[in-house]
Design a protein around this ligand. Sequence first.
Ligand code: ADP
Length: 236
Amino acid sequence: MIVDLRQVTKTYADQVQALRGVDLAVEGGELLAIVGPSGSGKSTMLHLIGTLDRPTTGTVRIAGYDVAELSDRELSALRGRTLGFVFQQFHLAPGVSALDNVADGLLYTGTPLRVRRERAAAALERVGLGHRLAHRPNQLSGGEQQRVAVARAVAGDPPLLLADEPTGNLDSSAGAEVLGVLRDLHAAGTTIAIITHDAEIAEWCPRQVRVRDGQIVDDHGDGTSAPAEITKGART
Ligand code: ADP
């Protein structure tokens, strides 16, 4: 099991109960949507799964490690090995080539620049951007920029990719392009959780986890199945 949340609660300092007893188990190789309205607790769940925050009560296990038992240094090592993140904003460095945006994401590995660039080129190839290595973000379309961000997230081959509204800033055809890349990564074995408020994207995912008022109210589908066809309108 790559993600195992048991009876997880999160109460913020101002006493807002963002999560109220969440159980969630994700097996390696699943593609799932965590879907719910704004304020339902999706981002809080993403932060806990991403080990960026710790629960108030309950346990969070990622790749078998109980997050509560790890030091900050051990947590960031776990994050580096296990997790890739994609956000609604692409967060690419302006004026830096696609190749180096991805290669810089591997700085934590401590490998030489030449090796990082080789891996970056391979990752860009995987997202269909092998012909755009030298392009800077402002020379790329929105869909291409988000594919660079996906390449950066997966260049180190993490088993788990967390995507927070990954098509939220894209029009429908660029969104479909990004979903196509996620579909290919899933087919190749990466576990992917997409956080979204968009019903259409959720429908596209083979497993759907619905969150409301800090609780999971529905969880169905087989995350290891192939996703549905990408419809032109699929976007947030
Ligand atoms: P979603 O991602 O579904 O919009 P969030 O997880 O961001 O939901 O928020 C869940 C609830 O927790 C909301 O009521 C929100 O206002 C609150 N919340 C989120 N982050 C914080 C924070 N850092 N401090 C206080 N309250 C927060």
